[in-house]
Design a protein around this ligand. Structure first.
Ligand code: HEC
Length: 139
């Protein structure tokens, strides 16, 4: 290998390492969002017990701002599980303030709706059940 080639390969390696760091090192995946949920494993079938539990929490904590087919204070939620990743949905439920500050899709919603979704004090388990409820409606 001559000198020119060595330089080329070195530059290429620095470039590859650089892109790897920028993808994995800095910041979160925007489709996953920012919050405690990094990975959700979904069963192919909706778990009806979990969905029913999610419905109860949703009706207690979310219906003041959300409907499924119409805008209320917040966006309509029909089709949400087709539009967003499960991790993103759960992080939005668990960490709405930081999401609307830093996640591009949530920032965009905040710009449209001009109201900050408030933290509803739901546990990660409850958020998972709400996700299952959304899945049962979207199937
Ligand atoms: C105070 C009103 C309010 C409450 C209560 C509320 N939200 Fe929201 N929600 C919003 C608003 C407004 C947005 C749009 C983002 C923003 O402006 O903060 C939003 C956005 C969302 C989104 C993203 C929608 C999309 O199109 O991607 C989901 C999912 C969501 N909320 C679920 C919930 C769930 C589940 C609850 C109950 C635990 C809840 N919200 C409670 C107002 C609310």
């Amino acid at each position: 290998m001559n000198k020119k080639n060595i330089c080329f390969y070195l530059a290429l390696q620095i470039f590859i390492i650089g892109s790897f760091v920028s993808i994995n090192g800095c910041g979160d995946d925007p489709e996953i969002g920012i919050g405690p949920v990094k990975e959700v494993k979904l069963e192919p079938q909706v778990n009806e017990d979990m969905a029913n539990k999610g419905k109860v929490t949703f009706e207690a904590k979310c219906v003041s701002c959300h409907k499924f087919n119409e805008k209320l204070v917040g966006p309509p939620l029909a089709g949400i599980t087709k539009k967003r990743k499960p991790e993103w949905i759960m992080n939005m439920i668990l960490n709405p303030v930081e999401m609307t500050q830093k996640n591009p899709a949530a920032q965009e919603l905040y710009r449209q709706f001009l109201v900050q979704m408030t933290y509803q004090d739901v546990t990660q388990d409850d958020a998972r059940s709400i996700l299952e409820y959304f899945r049962s409606l979207d199937k």
